[in-house]
Design a protein around this ligand. Sequence first.
Ligand code: NAD
Length: 248
Amino acid sequence: MGRLAGRAVLVTGGSRGIGRSCVELAAAEGARVAFTYRANTAAAEATTAAVRATGVECLALQADGTDRSQVQAAVQAVVEAFDRIDVLINNAGIIRDQLMVAMEPDDWDAVLATNLGGTFHFTQEVAQPMMLQKAGRIINLSSAAATQGGRGQANYAASKAAIEAFTRACAVELAPKGITVNAVAPGLIETDMSREVRSLAGDRIREEIALRRFGMPEEVARVVLFLASDEATYITGQVIHVDGGLRL
Ligand code: NAD
């Protein structure tokens, strides 16, 4: 029996990267897993097949986190399929890097709408069933960018700092309902999102990481799943940094 045996878990943006690792590790811990994806059906099918091959239920739901009606439909589908929802992992996120003075307003809006807006929409939609259950775990993906200035990431940094503030506010509101809300802030992790920055400035950035290497998606997912497990019953409103000692 795994640490999440029988739990119903929803991961946003689960078809690749850190989200996919969360899906696979949750399934390996015995959870029934659903994940959302925006457009890449082939990647979603690959994730679903990998999980089902291990004999675990897995549901792929096409839903854009910026569209409230799609979010609502996805959460409803999870509750219908699994009868409950125990864990929400708000993982979906994007970057649109550009120096602030040259940043297109559309790129500001898209990053805030996806990262912060999507986190809000999913959190609000799962809060209802979790409150009825009097139990739930919500884990939001933040970033080292929330607390450390980085060139070209004004929109992304603002969205992630807001997610950390949102995490604390929700933790206070939802604690009386038996729901914990925490965040995980990764440093530089080897996924598609960080490919460009790793190829342009990888060596310089590695020098700023105490462990002198980038992180792997599963090293983040393991911490996310710890927060979803019974080992983390007394933790709420916290941000856990998983960054190999970035800029210590
Ligand atoms: P990724 O680009 O590999 O995957 C992101 C996922 O989010 C994709 O599956 C994508 O389809 C999905 N997504 C994006 N916009 C969406 C939308 N509107 N609706 C639904 N799904 C959407 O990125 P990743 O590196 O795996 O990042 C996962 C999370 O971790 C993000 O929130 C990111 O900000 C955060 N993070 C990543 C790093 C890193 O170095 N990779 C560092 C810090 C934080």
